[in-house]
Design a protein. Structure first.
Length: 145
């Protein structure tokens, strides 16, 4: 269409005033159409921007929600594992304490038995010594008399 207008304006059929008026009208209409198209494009881009922004916000919200849910699930699992480990630790501690008590009691029992045997042996040796001393004293007293 622009080519046809240029041919019409460059032809000798029209007077200079008509050409000038037509050219101005054409340029005015062209400028108006450009401004209208620019406004429509801006509005369309603004709508697209808002739509894209809403989609991005929704996608980010969904992503954050999923991530938070996953982290909460992992945290709950870690907490359960920690509680389980604590229970297991306490059970092992009781088990080891019982073994330690048993060891101490057996060792103490053995040491007391050894102490009693040593005491009996000492008493026996003391009695033998006492008998020996008595015999020696008696013998010396008999020899001196």
């Amino acid at each position: 269409m622009a080519h046809a207008i240029e041919q019409l304006l460059s032809s000798e059929v029209l007077s200079e005033e008509v050409r000038s008026t037509l050219s101005e009208a054409w340029n005015a209409k062209l400028t108006e159409a450009r401004e209208e198209i620019t406004a429509e494009l801006r509005e369309e881009f603004a709508n697209r921007y808002e739509s894209d922004k809403e989609q991005m916000v929704e996608a980010l919200d969904a992503m954050l929600s999923d991530t938070i849910k996953a982290e909460l699930v992992e945290f709950a699992e870690d907490k359960k594992a920690a509680v389980s480990a604590k229970v297991e630790y306490q059970r092992k501690l009781k088990e080891h304490a019982a073994l330690l008590d048993q060891f101490v009691m057996e060792t103490l029992k053995r040491e007391i038995a050894e102490l009693r045997e040593d005491r009996k042996l000492q008493e026996s040796n003391f009695e033998k010594l006492e008998d020996f001393v008595m015999e020696q004293l008696t013998s010396e007293l008999n020899d001196n008399s």
